[in-house]
Design a protein around this ligand. Structure first.
Ligand code: NAD
Length: 268
């Protein structure tokens, strides 16, 4: 990793839960590339995990913040700007759905969980950006995390796939809104990785195995793969790229009917 690529850039990462989080993969790579990071954690219960992780990347800037706290958001961003300064990047790696509905059929989605999934997994990106706007530097790069289930049906991904489709669409609308300030908005569509959020998806191990069997790179992706793409999208190397959904999934998205190998379910 070139340790000057993000020198002088600082930003906020929302969505680290532990060292397996995709957001942590990005944090690590950003740090190695010379960037400075502030973190939020969702609740007091996660604080003891986040502070030592933040220390590993030389950060003392950690804040409790729930993306559904719309009243507290303006004060949070104001405080962040006073403590940490204006920001050059914002990483949104947040999703939630009732795990009872990441099983069975999409048609059984309840209204309550549909709205909650959409709110936390999609609207929160727009809302974070709206609140961060006064404190974004003019060439800032904003990034969210999506998944192939936005484009094609993945078993049990259900309402989360619908929310990711809306999230990917909102990346494009936001890119247009913010382009005039030279602020870029992109998404990484990551392949499956075993994380806390992923553990809620029924048969996730089978999805992992399927990806390994069928992606051109014949493996699942790592946190470093996601981190490298994050550094690229934050850095000035991607200065002409906005409104883009960058697939970091071993090429899984390019497979049509050519190479569909089904893993033996009894061995997964
Ligand atoms: P994770 O469990 O490590 O991260 C999810 C994060 O969302 C947690 O830090 C959690 O605290 C946060 N969160 C949920 N509700 C919140 C709220 N109300 N306020 C603030 N934070 C809240 O899991 P992950 O897999 O690293 O997920 C990060 C992102 O990556 C998600 O958007 C997920 O959909 C996406 N993604 C994951 C995979 C995968 O296979 N793991 C693949 C593609 C995309």
């Amino acid at each position: 990793m070139n340790n000057n690529l993000l020198k002088g850039k600082k930003g906020l990462i929302v969505g680290v839960a532990n060292e397996r989080s995709l957001a942590w993969g990005i944090a690590n790579s950003v740090f190695q590339a010379g960037g400075t990071i502030a973190f939020t954690y969702q609740s007091e219960a996660l604080k003891k995990r986040i502070i030592p992780l933040a220390n590993k990347v030389n950060s003392n800037f950690t804040y409790e913040f729930d993306v559904q706290d719309y009243k507290g958001a303006p004060d949070f961003f104001k405080k962040l700007s006073i403590d940490f300064g204006n920001i050059d990047f914002l990483i949104h790696a947040v999703a939630f759905s009732d795990k009872e509905e990441l099983n069975g059929d999409y048609v059984d989605t309840t209204k309550d969980n549909f709205l909650k999934t959409m709110e936390i997994s999609c609207f929160s990106f727009t809302s974070l950006i709206k609140n961060a706007l006064p404190y974004l530097n003019n060439n800032a790069s904003l990034l969210t995390l999506s998944y192939f289930g936005a484009e094609k049906v993945i078993p049990h991904y259900n309402v989360m796939g619908v929310a990711k489709a809306a999230l990917e669409s909102s990346v494009k609308y936001l890119a247009v809104d913010l382009g005039k300030r030279n602020i870029r908005v992109n998404a990484i569509s990551a392949g499956p990785v075993r994380t806390l959020a992923a553990s809620g998806i029924s048969d996730f191990r089978y999805i992992l195995k399927w990806n390994e069997y069928n992606s051109p790179l014949e493996r699942n992706i790592t946190l470093d793969d996601v981190g490298g793409a994050g550094v690229y999208l934050i850095s000035d190397l991607s200065s002409g790229t906005t409104g883009e959904i960058l697939h970091v999934d071993g090429g899984y998205n390019v497979i049509g009917m050519k190479n569909v190998n089904a893993p033996d379910i009894s061995k997964v």
